[in-house]
Design a protein around this ligand. Structure first.
Ligand SMILES: Cc1ncc(COP(=O)(O)O)c(C=O)c1O
Length: 377
């Protein structure tokens, strides 16, 4: 292959082209009805999402960030409390904790999966630990059995940050059903993305579901009576209508991502690049359903590779370039470089490649060929 091809990191226009009529009809229905806040469309979308997530309750909210916030609020998290989480995640995970005045307590990640290392959790539990907040990064679940076991042993609830992991499974259980709460995001780049912001909280607990429903509309029940302080965390009806349309295609799109991951594994193998010193491919843990929100490889000279791929018009991204303990806003936590070595190494060496369902054979081959040229030149 000699002809250069442009490969975006994600091609949402290609996806939209396949569902345009259905999406427009669904949006039109909302506009004609003018039932833009909650109502039957949101309820219908929530029911479908609950079924998809294998969970009795699914409460639509305004974003994945708010899903985390409202779940922490429902647990009464506030000043003086500690919440254990990973430093290698999107900012919102720790941001939600800090916004409530609680302290994010970080635990380093596993170097293969980049998910929280369960073996290091117990030593971080104190009498102030209020919640364990693992993240299912890139679409693969954290190792939940030991996480839930340590949480149960100490009587601490688990909130799963499943923002990147809708439909992901751990030993036959869906993301969002293993902790007391599952928090999802419909940010457009997610496997199930809205046309704007949106999110979801799942729970198997009836009382928790009731509390979340009250909190997500200012803590009001009955209307205008407030026994609790909540917020405006409602799921927008237009977004719910779009998410409900797209949900019908989610498994098909996820299968496309999984097939692309397989194809990358084959192509990297054929190119002779699968070597600790060249390219480390993402680990797909046996018994898990990885939904490949991202396909993240690990390479030396990552920043140079990024620049090269950019020059070749090949989309890529670094999730995430700075481990959260090194973020300026968390200076007050008193961390220093070296505190979470695996997280720091991941921040230095990982890069996400295009994995979206519409990626063609030719595009995937071109991505691998460009990486081969860079690494062997
Ligand atoms: C791991 C993780 N947590 C939380 C969020 C926040 O979701 P949102 O962007 O919908 O607020 C995201 C998404 O960007 C995420 O990837």
């Amino acid at each position: 292959m000699t002809q250069p091809i442009t490969v975006p990191l994600l091609d949402l226009k290609a996806q939209y082209a396949t569902i345009r009529d259905e999406v427009r009809a669904a949006v039109d229905e909302i506009l004609e009805s003018q039932m833009c806040i909650l109502g039957p469309t949101v309820a219908n979308c929530e029911a479908k999402l609950a079924e998809y997530c294998h969970c009795p309750h699914a409460i639509g909210v305004s974003s994945g960030s708010d899903a985390l916030l409202i779940s922490l609020m429902a647990e009464g998290v506030g000043p003086g409390d500690e919440v254990i989480t990973t430093p290698y995640t999107f900012f919102a995970t720790a941001g939600a904790i800090a916004r409530l005045g609680a302290k994010p307590v970080f635990v380093d990640v596993d170097p293969q999966t980049y998910n929280i290392d369960p073996a290091q959790i117990e030593s971080k539990i104190t009498q102030n630990t209020k919640v364990l907040l693992p993240v299912h990064l890139y679409g693969q679940c954290a190792d939940m059995d030991p996480i839930v076991a340590v949480a149960d042993q100490h009587g601490i609830p688990v909130i799963e940050d499943a923002a990147q992991a809708i439909g992901s499974e751990y030993k036959g259980r869906r993301a969002g059903t293993m902790g007391r709460y599952g928090c999802f995001s419909f940010f457009p780049s997610k496997n199930l993305g809205a046309a704007g912001d949106g999110g979801l909280v799942t729970t198997c607990d009836d009382a928790v579901a009731e509390k979340l429903r009250i909190l997500h509309a200012h803590g009001s029940k009955p209307k205008y009576y407030h026994a609790m302080i909540g917020g405006n965390f409602r799921f927008d009806a237009i977004q719910a209508a779009i998410v409900a349309v797209k949900l019908q295609y989610l498994d098909q799109w996820t299968a496309g991502r999984q097939a692309n991951a397989e194809r990358y594994r084959r192509l990297f193998g054929e190119a002779g690049l699968v070597d600790e010193k060249l390219v480390r491919l993402p680990l797909e843990t046996p018994g898990y359903r990885h939904i490949y929100n991202q396909f993240v490889i690990r390479v030396p000279r990552r920043d140079e590779l990024r620049a090269y791929l950019k020059e070749q018009k090949i989309g890529n991204e670094v999730y995430y370039p700075i481990s959260l303990h090194m973020q300026k806003c968390f200076d007050y936590l008193g961390h220093k470089e070296g505190d979470f070595p695996e997280s720091e190494a991941a921040a230095r060496e990982t890069i996400a490649l295009p994995i979206y369902p519409e990626l063609s054979d030719e595009q995937a081959a071109w991505v691998v060929e460009a990486i081969r040229r860079f690494l062997t030149q």
